[in-house]
Design a protein around this ligand. Structure first.
Ligand code: SF4
Ligand code: SF3
Length: 551
């Protein structure tokens, strides 16, 4: 195995024996193979899309999104399921090719004789053998490899967000088209470094588009997030804990649990569900339990009830974890032995076994009490725009710090807590994603009634932060976003953060600070290009950085 796609990669170089995330070498290899097979599918779906996208079925379109999503850090650890996806990919590839031939289309020759479009397996053993040969290190040139992987990781994040939007009935043909084009480009040996760099930026463009699409999917269905106080204590009823990013899932769970005497709690990235008007009507939607994903080992023990995973991040449990038989997974997520919730053909899901289990569970154990405040997505913040602009003009707010992104388990992430604590009182933090758990329970106060931590929502709601920045630029009459009193100090972990970063670069944001470490998949030469063109930098110590940022 070789994997260096996330921030916790071994030695900040690459996981080669077993993932720091817990992924086995076989799983890692199979994920490489799944990506490779998916590229073979893309070769034909892209040709058919050029002729008539309506000839592609929902299943064919969803396959590319879901298979890439499976390979995101902490999404799927289940070899059996990945093997099934690989087989499914080969079947879809052949079916789409057949459709092209039946339309008398002359097939594009570029990849016609390549391995990815011709792979087939007689046995699972054979699959494991081939899987070892189609990974990251296949690309020998370090810079080309780096650029190919940046694009691939961006596409993974894009696929995740596109799948959430698709679950709510929103798709965009241009996004599918770009995903296919970019996947194929990573197999195209004729592309130069310069062409790949342009593709990296183009990936950022579609990153903006996919986050806008998901924003539209979420807000048109559930309303615009609004300022909300979320309870972090517990009630007396048994509860179901739901985590991940998929709002369609929590909607179905809330509907099905209504009147059953079971309460619903969010964990980690599902917290922002509380901010949506459509979910406020559910009295049994009690609060948020616990913290970011990496605390799940302790927090799932004390929660006492069933847990539903709608997306990453999964932390592999101990073999004797008390909650092992209480976890349900769905969509792209997988873990051997955990129960899978099936997706019906119309996209609905039946949570009755989760609800039945909850009825026999104890209520969650209280681990904290109080409230946190969030819901500052673009619509809500723009409603407060006058107040914010006034505060900037009078000097009450001196600077904004965009600190969204991921959280993770490494100790060095205490930087972000300390950073938030030490920022002067005339600064405001804009956040999104699970990064917020490093400072959303600190009592940082407010400025003229505006809280000093404004949480827009999930990592995909970084889109909101960009919309807010663009609006402020307009209000202040600046030419560029970079003239605003905004500092970007972003924390990353997995590949959804990669697409968020590329989206910001596409929007012209310069001098982004990225931590806690710079990605291992950026080669020295590519890093040089990113520094020269975008001013991307790492982080230093809290004191040094604050001094530098406030200059
Ligand atoms: Fe290592 Fe991260 Fe890859 Fe897991 S996802 S194998 S921790 S680089
Ligand atoms: Fe978090 Fe996985 Fe990235 Fe969605 S839940 S931000 S790490």
């Amino acid at each position: 195995m070789f994997c260096y796609q996330c921030q916790e990669t071994a030695g900040n170089k690459g996981c080669t024996v077993r993932g720091v995330c817990g992924k086995f070498n076989t799983t890692s290899d199979l994920q490489d193979l799944l990506i490779f097979v998916t590229k073979g599918v893309a070769n034909y779906t892209n040709q058919l899309r050029k002729i008539d996208s309506k000839k592609l079925t929902l299943e064919e379109n969803k396959y590319i999104l879901n298979s890439m999503f499976i390979t995101i850090t902490n999404a799927n650890f289940d070899d059996i399921e990945i093997v099934k996806e690989i087989k499914k990919g080969i079947k879809i590839r052949e079916e789409v090719k057949e459709k092209l031939l039946s339309l008398n289309v002359k097939l594009d020759e570029k990849f016609e004789n390549s391995l990815m479009t011709n792979l087939d397996f007689k046995s699972v053993e054979e699959m494991y053998e081939v899987a070892k040969k189609v990974g990251v290190l296949r690309t020998e040139n370090e810079d080309i490899r780096s650029l190919r992987e940046i694009i691939t990781y961006g596409i993974k994040g894009m696929c995740a967000y596109a799948e959430h939007a698709m679950n709510l009935g929103k798709t965009k043909d241009e996004i599918f088209f770009f995903i296919e084009k970019a996947l194929l480009a990573t197999e195209d040996n004729s592309l130069t470094v310069e062409e790949l760099i342009n593709l990296v930026i183009e990936t950022g463009k579609y990153g903006v588009d996919v986050m806008a699409l998901l924003d539209d999917a979420n807000t048109s269905k559930y309303g615009n997030p609004e300022i909300t106080k979320v309870n972090i204590g517990v009630g007396k009823n048994p509860g179901i804990l739901i985590t991940g990013h998929d709002l369609r899932d929590i909607e179905m769970l809330l509907e099905q649990t209504e009147g059953t005497g079971i309460d619903v709690y969010t964990h980690s990235e599902m917290l922002p569900a509380h901010y949506y008007p459509a979910f406020k009507k559910y009295k049994h939607f009690v609060g948020n339990y616990g913290n970011a994903w990496w605390k799940q080992k302790e927090e799932f023990e004390t929660f006492n009830g069933p847990i539903v995973f709608t997306t990453n991040c999964i932390v592999p449990p101990k073999a004797d974890a008390s909650y092992n038989d209480r976890v349900f997974i769905t969509n792209a997520t997988g873990y051997p032995g955990w129960k899978k919730i099936k997706i019906n053909e119309d996209g609905t899901k039946d949570f009755s076994q989760v609800i039945e289990m909850a009825k026999n569970c104890k209520a969650p154990k209280e681990i904290e009490t109080g409230e946190i405040v969030g819901g500052f997505a673009h619509n809500q913040v723009l409603l407060l725009a006058d107040k914010i602009v006034e505060a900037v003009k009078t000097g009450a707010i001196k600077k904004f710090f965009v600190m969204g992104g991921c959280d993770g388990r490494v100790n060095s992430r205490s930087y972000y807590t300390e950073f938030a604590e030490k920022l002067p009182k005339d600064t405001v933090i804009l956040t999104a994603g699970c990064a917020k758990y490093r400072y959303n329970k600190l009592n940082l106060g407010d400025i003229n009634g505006i809280p000093r931590v404004l949480d827009a929502g999930q990592c995909n709601d970084s889109y909101s932060l960009a919309v807010i920045a663009l609006k402020l630029k307009e209000v202040f009459g600046f030419e560029s976003i970079n003239e605003l009193p905004i500092v970007f100090n972003i924390s990353w972990y997995e590949q959804k953060a990669v697409i968020v970063l590329l989206a910001l670069l596409y929007l012209g944001v310069k001098n982004i600070h990225l931590g806690p470490t710079l990605p291992a998949f950026i080669s020295p030469n590519v890093a040089k290009i990113l520094v020269e063109n975008f001013g991307i930098q790492g982080i230093g110590t809290v004191d040094e950085d604050i001094k530098k940022f406030l200059k």
